[in-house]
Design a protein around this ligand. Sequence first.
Ligand SMILES: Nc1nc2c(c(=O)[nH]1)N[C@H]1C(S)=C(S)[C@@H](COP(=O)(O)O)O[C@H]1N2
Ligand SMILES: [Mo]
Length: 256
Amino acid sequence: MKRKSTLNRRSFLTRTSAIGGALYLGGCDKLSQSPSFRDLLDQAEGVTMGVQRFVLTSRSLAREFSEKDISSTFKANGSTGVDDPTYEKNASEKFANWKLVVGGLVERPMSLSLDDLHRLPARTQITRHDCVEGWSAIGKWKGAQFSALLQTVGLKPNARYLVFHCADMLEPGSPYYESIDLIDAFHPQTILAYDMNDAPLSVPHGAPVRLRVERQLGYKHAKYVMRIEAVSSFAFVAGGNGGFWEDRGYEWYAGI
Ligand SMILES: Nc1nc2c(c(=O)[nH]1)N[C@H]1C(S)=C(S)[C@@H](COP(=O)(O)O)O[C@H]1N2
Ligand SMILES: [Mo]
């Protein structure tokens, strides 16, 4: 009996690591067409169709809450402002003259105003924010669907990650930054949020726009996003680990 359960556990671990391996490859739907990716899944004998679908499309949604669940206070964490004259000028003008720069491996590099972002298809979601420091809060977020922004600029075929360059520095000389893969970039709950709890995003929470990437921990949700860069690899961005905190030891994939 004991031996049998050990074997079961071992085969479970084998299957799990095959799935983990497939997930670890990250990247886009094109992966599902590549022979090695399919082989990995086929090797994952006994995996249910549901799990396979999850791996292939990764469309499962983070839990959404109702209005009555919204936290009465939502802590502002990390940087709660930006010590930079250009940012401060933009903030004093309610970001009317601010532009988001989108470039890197895109067909149509562009600068978008806050109005431009408001013209993109929007999504509203009430979700729970979980910080590694051990606090959570539920907030309502509205913003441009990130997939719509990507369709507007057009990704080049070699684009694999989106890097978010922020205005603030938690350490002198090290601007905050983050990155996500194409699975999260095209996920329906991934938005560039400009509203929080039915009001324009405040400076402490990342004005004028911050990323919401709901299936990951708080530090992935880059505030004060100034520039978005499509890259084939983030190995040459800052410390090479895909984010300010990742360069200081945090996991790149911060799944909740
Ligand atoms: N640009 C920038 N983005 C950031 C941070 C930061 O310091 N700078 N802190 C991160 C962390 S650890 C958390 S928990 C959330 C906090 O978001 P909030 O201030 O809206 O609560 O923002 C994340 N995004
Ligand atoms: Mo956090």
